[in-house]
Design a protein. Structure first.
Length: 261
């Protein structure tokens, strides 16, 4: 099956410029802005406070260890290693949604490459519906078909040198002078969100080192093969499939033992 873009070249350029300027200001799922400074990258302190709230992660799948996924775009594979050791619930959410087929047929609705490479964002579940206007893309979440409830994943970032991630707050708001264990280097995969506890399905892949986002957004893995495919992603390109190729047995569903694999 050939997947075609829903955008003409003119529509792509117009939407790209508009999105780059507005950066989803009217959407429910904000995405990282391209404004920042090198001062955002800090050196970790010897001792770091950890904000763990089990209420924030209750009912969420968890990845114990690593998993590998293959994202197919334009009939070419992108291999991504997901790190459940450092981002267990964020990575677990992605693996679970991939296993459910949630990402299959969604599109990259935001791609920022100018004035410098930034991010390619996709995974909005409503982007599989051709009747949804392109202006609405970037506002969708994963809705559990059995309960009708939106799945929300809290902000989860492990400070370098810490034993547990910080949940539900940015490093700045937590008063942390630390670098994350999973930085926003080129090829990082991270969750798009509005509030700190509102990530759901949408994700982005960084097209360059964008470390000014560190401590604000949750990275949960890295592209290990196929970055050349990522670099060529255009607005409207279809995510043909996301398949878990290894580590699926490391996924622990809610209520199961976290020690189980």
């Amino acid at each position: 099956m050939i997947f075609k873009s829903r955008f003409s070249a003119k529509q792509r350029w117009g939407a790209l410029v508009a999105i780059a300027l507005l950066l989803g200001s009217c959407s429910n799922t904000d995405t990282p802005t391209e404004v920042g400074s090198a001062d955002s990258v800090k050196t970790p302190d010897a001792a770091l406070p950890v904000a763990v709230n089990s209420d924030l992660t209750a009912g969420l799948p968890r990845l114990n260890g690593k998993a590998t996924v293959e994202i197919m775009v334009n009939n070419k594979p992108i291999t991504v290693e997901l790190d459940g050791d450092k981002a267990p619930y964020t990575a677990g959410n992605f693996v679970d949604l991939a296993e459910k087929g949630v990402y299959d047929g969604t599109i990259f609705h935001r791609v920022v490459t100018t004035p410098t490479p930034f991010v390619a964002q996709g995974g909005d579940p409503q982007s599989t519906d051709p009747n949804v206007p392109t202006s609405q893309l970037g506002t969708g979440n994963y809705v559990n078909p059995e309960t009708g409830q939106v799945r929300s994943v809290p902000l989860e970032i492990l400070p370098a040198g810490a034993e547990e991630p910080v949940y539900g707050t940015t490093f700045k708001d937590a008063g942390l002078d630390a670098a994350p264990a999973l930085p926003h280097s080129k090829g990082a995969i991270a969750m798009a969100r509005s509030g700190v506890n509102t990530a759901s399905a949408q994700f982005y892949i960084t097209l360059a080192d964008v470390n000014f986002l560190d401590g604000d957004y949750a990275v949960f893995g890295y592209v290990t093969k196929g970055m050349d495919v990522v670099d060529k992603i255009q607005l409207g390109d279809v995510i043909q499939s996301v398949k878990v190729t290894s580590g699926a047995d490391n996924l622990v569903q809610p209520g199961a033992s976290k020690a189980a694999k």
